[in-house]
Design a protein around this ligand. Structure first.
Ligand SMILES: [Zn+2]
Length: 272
């Protein structure tokens, strides 16, 4: 089974706003498509399941975004819905608890750059506690890169392996997935894997050769039990299959390739 552990599907107007932000601050998105076409592309490309990761860029919008994501999953059984919450927003603890509990979301997405909130910020305590309680992963973009301008603040001091380490030491039972192999600190995040058994990384954009200083794909050979395949589709400046080809090109032992491409995600997100 192939699971793309990192996909972004948003309501049309928000997706359009995100694309304009990327046009201005990051890269030229190749797939300017709505939900239906995005889902069709993944399915036709052989992806069996994909994890949908919404993120809120301001307080007060998480619940609507979470509802939208549940709606996508109802229409498309291949979609594995995760929720989001804006750190410190009114009712944050209730929102996260209800989403991972009663509403059955499979994980939660936090973006330290978009939310201008470091991984060890006290406002994230309810998120780490809920992860440990429900045994569901927090997908937290907390590598320092790509450190685009336009986030409304300097994101470098708000991210990095050292700051995540402080939190994981306090919440050893929380399950954590760091996208982009921790780019641009892949070595530091890889070292953290030794320290925390509930820490995982995803490959998103880090091994596609897009960033000249991206991560070493050989990390997958060293850590197949701790790395998940993910793409960031559709917000990509290149062919989404590029990363899949890199993973396959490594010619990992079959069992290891199966873990990276789907098995680890199945276990962590509870995918049948
Ligand atoms: Zn992403």
């Amino acid at each position: 089974m192939i699971v793309d552990a990192h996909v972004h599907l948003f309501p049309d107007r928000l997706a359009e706003a995100i694309r304009s932000w990327f046009d201005q601050h990051a890269w030229d998105i190749r797939y300017r498509v709505g939900v239906e076409e995005a889902v069709r592309t993944l399915k036709e490309g052989g992806v069996d399941r994909f994890v949908v990761l919404p993120y809120a860029h301001k307080p007060g919008m998480a619940e609507a975004l979470n509802d939208f994501t549940l709606g996508v999953a109802r229409e498309h059984p291949e979609a594995v819905p995760c929720c989001t919450v804006f750190p410190g927003e009114d009712g944050a603890e209730r929102i996260i608890d209800r989403a991972l509990g009663e509403l059955g979301f499979h994980g939660v997405k936090i973006h330290t750059h978009v939310m201008l909130c470091a991984p060890d910020d006290p406002r994230l305590e309810p998120v780490w506690r809920a992860s440990a309680r429900y045994r569901k992963p927090v997908v937290i973009h907390c590598g320092p890169g790509p450190a685009a301008q336009g986030y409304g603040g300097d994101v470098r001091p708000l991210s990095g392996a050292a700051r995540l380490r402080k939190t994981l030491a306090r919440h050893p039972d929380a399950i954590c997935i760091v996208p982009h192999l921790g780019y641009d600190e892949p070595a530091q995040f890889e070292a953290l894997l030794d320290e925390f058994e509930n820490l995982f990384l995803d490959t998103t954009m880090a091994i596609a050769g897009y960033f000249p200083d991206g991560a070493d794909p050989e990390m997958l050979r060293r850590r197949p039990e701790r790395i998940l395949y993910g793409t960031d589709f559709p917000n990509l400046p290149y062919d989404w299959k590029r990363e899949l080809e890199v993973v396959r090109g490594l010619r990992l032992p079959a069992a290891d390739e199966a873990r990276v491409l789907g098995g680890n995600a199945q276990r962590l997100f509870g995918i049948d």
